[in-house]
Design a protein around this ligand. Sequence first.
Ligand code: SAM
Length: 327
Amino acid sequence: MISDSFGRRIDYLRLSVTDHCNLRCLYCLPIQGFSFSKPEEILSDDEIERIVALAISLGINKIRITGGEPLVRPGICSLIKRISSLAGIGDISLSTNGLLLSQMAKDLFQAGLKRVNVSLDTLRPEHFQTIARFGSLEKVLEGIRAGLAVGFDPLKINMVVIKGINSNEIKDFVTLTHKFPIHVRFVELMPIGETGYFSREHWMGLSDIMKACGELVSLSQDESPRGFGPATYFKSPGALGTIGFISALSSNFCRRCNRLRLTAKGVLVPCLASEKGVDLKNLIRSGGSDQDLCDLIRQAVLIKPERHCMESKNANAREIFMCSLGG
Ligand code: SAM
């Protein structure tokens, strides 16, 4: 078991398996001017498996596969199979934009994945490309249907609330939990990613998001869907699914933070809002032993800050891209 300098137990690793993405969501990636990594710069399957196995030996038991868009990584199902077969894995999940999910859901499930989060910011077909710039709502909905059909449970939908763009759809997402056994989480926009997009104009705080949901009943930990992140859960009366809220700014969740992030290029980052990390790929490729790698993983845990500083005017968090960090 590993704990950081503030006594938080670290047992969750978010693995960005690629920084490539088939969408360019307007708050996340610029349409031009971001260069994706070359294949040789990205950790190989063998390197990822080695790091995960060592992280497990140090107390990590929950893994989330993310990106970029993880489903565009060639051979992602076999990588998931290798990770899910490692002894000591308690939970393995995946975040996706859902575009490729309908064709891959069955193989992912057979590879050992049992739950997925789908990022979806609008339920209006004509708005989809305004926000995501490519793809289509129908493809994502097909993916969600396929995910439910193969048995991913829970299946969560993450909606980043962007004031003036999709904030008028909050109630529609609540209605979705009445129709399907899915769990919708409303995510407060964070000052990370597309430089300059984040602004007062587009940011909507937790209390306004909650108000727009209508009547909600608070759920206990036992009644909430399985998960190990910062969301708090509620239910709209009579719904099949639940409503969750992830709020980095209005309601800081760092006190409960249990995670590390491994970038696709092999840097282990202890905080979402900081680029500071340790370079595991460099150590692996220069012949580092398992002991050396474990020492460096422990070092990353020790430099984990007490809390993020996204709200600080001096923070340079905006320059970090979510597709490198994995969200
Ligand atoms: N492609 C996958 C997906 O869509 O879930 C995984 C990577 S994506 C970077 C992970 C999550 O980060 C998505 O739900 C996305 O909406 C969210 N995200 C990206 N930039 C954000 C920002 N500035 N504020 C809040 N959430 C953000």
